[in-house]
Design a protein around this ligand. Structure first.
Ligand code: AMP
Ligand code: MG
Length: 418
């Protein structure tokens, strides 16, 4: 433990500087692989996707209704014979002046037509005066171009729809499918070895809750870190809990470094702690121990063992969770070639007071309420995992600044961090 009278503390490193240093250390992965578009959710594009067609490929109807020439209705003849029927996937004949075509959503617009009137604005008059399709009375004055989806209004031929470095989600997958891409070139998955340190840790299932010895706790970090890594598109080598001896820690690190791009650990990076991770990393490679000016968080380590990065997160579960989002997420995204890695915050009203100022930048666990404001979780302790479950985001509080009820604050939704 450091005391108030001991040697001067290392100044706290601002979060933005820590992120910048971390990103500066990343050499993005260059290996790529081809995957089915079906399997590309969460992956990062290795090259730009350029469209070899326009979308829509042809002018088509945006409604179920009738294609016609707008001027035929303006000229007073509001009754038009229906000369043809065009379903989606069917190509109709050229529209003759003074006629309408029954048309359905997505069907190609017949040449000569310049408007679609929705069927709700027409009355069918099947009085036998006309052929099989009858006749309609148009009960509206159509404007030229209405209810027509123009060819190329979504995507143009030769357009780059997604640049290299795009992280693919459901919307992106739909877009690339719409231009006919069944396979995509993506960056290979980062390989990340994960292990927990701490002799107090017990795996759920190994000991029943009623039999847990005093001082033992369940390993919770392993579960959320593994899930977070997977969501960040990583292949996880889960090494479990590494015994708290120097030799076991060194062996685990050495083995992991040879086969992985990153080694992520939790616990044992606090100042003054008797721990084997620090000396083990230092003996095998290099290590920077940072005291980052954030709360929760603070202790964080980055180093190298051979070609692998070492990242040490704090052991406190909420600190581990929050530092993953704020530091590890940008790191892993950049490793996969993503440029924009900073979480976006939005201005929202705080429906709470936060009078306790801290010299560190704080990330409070909050939740949006039905009145457009933010509520604060009852405990902001770094060990309280119920806070991150209850919360739907973080409020980014600048160092030394209290929050007064009703004030606008910067809010980072967890959804922004997926
Ligand atoms: P440390 O960073 O190792 O000093 O740990 C700080 C606190 O986090 C201690 O209370 C640890 O018991 C706890 N902790 C460390 N690792 C884990 C883990 N994997 N799961 C749950 N709690 C942990
Ligand atoms: Mg520990």
């Amino acid at each position: 433990m450091t005391s108030a009278t001991s040697a001067p503390r290392k100044p706290l490193l601002p979060l933005d500087e820590a992120v910048a240093q971390l990103l500066a250390a990343v050499a993005p992965l260059t290996a790529t692989e081809q995957v089915s578009t079906f399997d590309a959710d969460g992956r990062v594009l290795a090259c730009a996707v350029v469209s070899s067609l326009q979308v829509p490929a042809f002018d088509n109807s945006a409604m179920d209704g009738y294609a016609l020439r707008a001027e035929d209705v303006v000229l007073g003849s509001r009754e038009l014979p229906v000369a043809q029927r065009i379903a989606a996937g069917v190509v109709g004949d050229a529209l003759q002046a003074g006629t309408a075509a029954r048309i359905f959503t997505g069907a190609p617009l017949p040449s000569g037509a310049d408007a679609v009137v929705m069927q709700e604005d027409c009355t069918p008059l099947n009085d036998g005066r006309y052929g099989a399709h009858g006749c309609i009375r148009v009960n509206t004055t159509p404007l030229p171009g209405q209810h027509i989806r123009r060819a190329g209004e979504d995507v143009q031929h030769g357009q780059c729809v997604l640049p290299a470095g795009t992280r693919l989600g459901p919307a992106e997958l739909g877009l690339v499918a719409s231009i006919g891409m069944a396979q995509l070139d993506v960056v290979r998955k980062p390989r990340v070895a994960l292990f927990s340190t701490g002799d107090e840790l017990v795996m759920p299932g190994a000991v029943a809750p009623q039999d847990m010895p005093l001082g033992a706790i369940y390993n919770s970090n392993r579960f959320f870190l593994r899930a977070l890594l997977r969501r960040m598109g990583c292949e996880v080598a889960d090494l479990g809990i590494v015994p708290d001896t120097l030799s076991a820690t060194k062996a685990a690190l050495q083995g992991a470094a040879a086969q992985n791009d990153v080694i992520l650990t939790s616990g044992g990076v606090s100042v003054g702690e008797e721990d084997h991770v620090k000396p083990a990393v230092q003996s095998l490679g290099t290590l920077d121990l940072w005291q980052i000016g954030i709360k929760p968080g603070k202790p964080f380590a980055h180093g190298r063992i051979g070609a692998a990065h070492f990242i040490g997160l704090p052991g406190n579960p909420v600190s581990s969770y929050v530092t993953f989002w704020l530091l590890v997420r940008p790191f892993l995204l950049r490793l996969q070639g993503v440029q924009e890695v900073a979480p976006k915050s939005i201005a929202v009203r705080a429906d709470f007071d936060w009078p306790k100022v801290d010299k560190r930048r704080e990330f409070l666990r909050v939740r949006r309420n039905a009145h457009g404001g933010l509520d604060l979780f009852r405990s902001q302790s770094s060990g309280v995992l119920t806070s991150v479950v209850w919360a739907d985001g973080l409020v980014d509080v600048p160092p030394g600044q209290p929050i007064v009820y009703g004030q606008t604050v910067q809010y980072i939704p967890f959804s922004e961090l997926q």
